[in-house]
Design a protein around this ligand. Structure first.
Ligand SMILES: CC(C)(COP(=O)(O)OP(=O)(O)OC[C@H]1O[C@@H](n2cnc3c(N)ncnc32)[C@H](O)[C@@H]1OP(=O)(O)O)[C@@H](O)C(=O)NCCC(=O)NCCS
Length: 343
């Protein structure tokens, strides 16, 4: 069969994609800086001025990756006006689902009632939500999927050494979810994304699981040591503050927009000073609403952007229909950003 004879059938649905609804879940337990300072040699003032964090949430035993994902997903589905059975694809972005297999997405799809949905996990750390939205946008526009559930979820407290001064005050837990579905008008701009594996060592697990198990040698007193996250904060800060502002500007440009057309800015909630540096570099108008969820939530990696968007919508600081620039960046190193219309 020649290319001319091949008649590809693409299902008829609206040509573009949009975010239809967002939901989130915040763990119950609030951990303030005073509590952190009982674990590491630090002060509330140092943590606030260097990172912008006042408190974060750490999940309790029952607040598993699945439980938090399902809570966020149910809200997103309901706010989209859908029944769970209408979700035909589930993408879960996480680096803290501790099962190598099966994926978190397949069981979450079943438990949600999205029976038979295509389901898979992605590992793109703090850029994971934006990677998921980019994939969902493409899946919907090609007609491969109709309603894609994108979840960003983390229990970073499981992989944090609570005595490590460079990470213990930063990382936290939570989940955010979005439904991406068909739209008659463009509502998700082209993604700008990439990676720099030469800098993989800057944020990484201390060692792979096999080495952690082997190094215990069977007779180590505490048994195998759980690998934890290790971060070289300074170079990560520089990379994020300078390179990511350029990527965000490119996402804006590729969406055909100008800085003064952006109404809401939701960067990955990594550090308040990174957000401020990006804001200065992007020259966004004074009126732009900026997500500062890190103050109360810490850095929740793949969950941070949907958690922050949901908070802005709930407080009324941001409104449905506004144009919003999102950008995620983190371990890999990887990044992704795009312009979206808020649901
Ligand atoms: C982690 C981070 C807040 C540290 O801030 P920093 O200004 O780079 O801090 P440094 O490591 O250079 O340390 C500066 C000083 O503070 C001290 N310090 C380090 N951690 C500390 C802590 N938790 N509490 C108190 N003091 C601390 C250091 O000992 C050093 O003291 P000195 O000047 O007397 O030697 C910052 O590097 C950062 O935010 N990086 C990006 C992290 C990030 O966003 N990661 C996620 C990306 S997904």
């Amino acid at each position: 069969m020649t290319a001319a004879e091949l008649r590809l059938h693409v299902p008829e649905q609206d040509r573009y994609a949009k975010i239809m609804g967002i939901g989130s879940y915040r763990p119950r337990r609030v951990v303030d800086n005073a509590e952190i300072c009982t674990l590491i040699d630090s002060t509330d003032e140092w943590i606030r001025t260097r990172s912008g964090i006042r408190e974060r949430r750490w999940a309790s035993a029952d607040e598993t990756v699945h439980m938090m994902s399902l809570a966020a997903a149910r809200t997103a589905v309901e706010r989209s006006g859908l029944h769970p059975a209408q979700v035909d694809t589930v993408i879960v972005s996480t680096v803290t689902h501790l099962w190598q297999t099966p994926s978190a997405a397949a069981t979450i799809a079943s438990e949600l009632g999205a029976t038979g949905a295509a389901a898979f996990d992605i590992s793109a750390a703090c850029a994971g939500f934006c990677y998921g939205v980019a994939m969902a946008d493409s899946l919907v526009r090609t007609g491969s999927s109709t309603h894609v559930l994108v979840i960003g979820v983390e229990r970073l407290s499981d992989l944090t050494n609570r005595g490590d001064r460079s990470t213990a005050f930063i990382f936290a837990d939570g989940a955010g979810a979005a439904i991406v579905g068909p739209s008659p008008t463009p509502a998700i701009g082209p993604v700008v994304w990439g990676s720099d594996g030469d800098q993989a060592h800057l944020i990484t697990q201390t060692e792979p699981w096999d080495r952690a198990m082997d190094s215990a040698g069977g007779d180590s007193p505490g048994g195998p040591q759980w690998p934890v996250l290790r971060m070289d904060g300074k170079p990560v800060f520089k990379w994020a503050a300078f390179t990511m502002a350029k990527a965000a500007a490119e996402a804006l440009d590729r969406a055909g927009g100008a800085a003064d057309e952006i109404e809401v800015f939701v960067p990955h909630q990594a550090n308040m000073r990174i957000t401020d540096a990006m804001l200065r570099a992007l020259r966004l108008p004074e009126s732009v609403v900026v997500a500062r969820d890190i103050e109360r939530q810490g850095n929740t990696s793949a969950a941070s952007i949907p958690l922050a968007i949901d908070a802005l919508l709930a407080s009324g600081e941001a409104r449905s229909g506004q144009t919003c620039l999102i950008i995620g960046f983190g371990a890999g190193l990887v990044y992704a950003g795009q312009v979206i219309v808020l649901p």
